[in-house]
Design a protein around this ligand. Structure first.
Ligand code: CA2
Length: 158
């Protein structure tokens, strides 16, 4: 009798996407819900995986408070992922190292922010990532991540 593996087809994804969260985003939902919303990072990550399934995309998420760890993770993504969705947190405004890492691996990258960085303090208005990103989604709360993932997949599918 033939054994049919029903699990295999749903696990063969067209693309693999790395979602990177920068410093302090591990506190989401636990502090400052007025600015950053009530959803926890675990809830956002779970929804990204579900959205990925509907888009036939594997989604892997990672958070770090350390610039060098984020740089190392971007380097490693070159061999395992087709694109990156990144909320670099405050490193958005300071880190040439993260910008250079994204440029070096040449993976299409979408920059996302929960808050609208252009409605906030002036020091948040400049992003070192914006000019090397495919695009930026800013100001839609957790939906910025979901919109960013959808936009990246549309870009990958050409
Ligand atoms: O709006 C965004 O997504 C930001 O990337 C968030 C960063 C901020 O530095 C950027 O300018 C804009 C800050 C993330 C801090 O996350 C927290 C979450 C809960 C409680 C406190 C901080």
């Amino acid at each position: 009798m033939a054994i049919v593996d029903v699990a295999t087809p749903s696990e063969s994804h067209e693309f693999s996407v790395l979602v990177l969260h920068g410093p302090n985003l591990n506190l989401l939902g636990l502090r400052e819900p007025g600015i950053y919303g009530a959803a926890t990072l675990a809830q956002i990550d779970a929804r990204l995986v579900e959205l990925g399934k509907s888009l036939n995309v594997r989604v892997q998420s990672f958070q770090s408070n350390h610039e060098g760890v984020l740089v190392d993770t971007i380097h490693a993504a070159r061999d395992t992922h087709h694109g990156i969705v990144i909320n670099a947190g405050a490193y958005t405004h300071t880190s040439i190292a993260i910008r250079d890492a994204i440029s070096a691996v040449q993976l299409p990258t979408v920059e996302v922010h929960l808050s609208n960085i252009y409605k906030r303090e002036e020091f948040r208005h400049h992003s070192h990532l914006a000019s090397i990103a495919v695009g930026q989604v800013s100001g839609f709360g957790a939906s910025s991540y979901y919109l960013g993932l959808q936009a990246l997949v549309a870009h990958l599918e050409g």
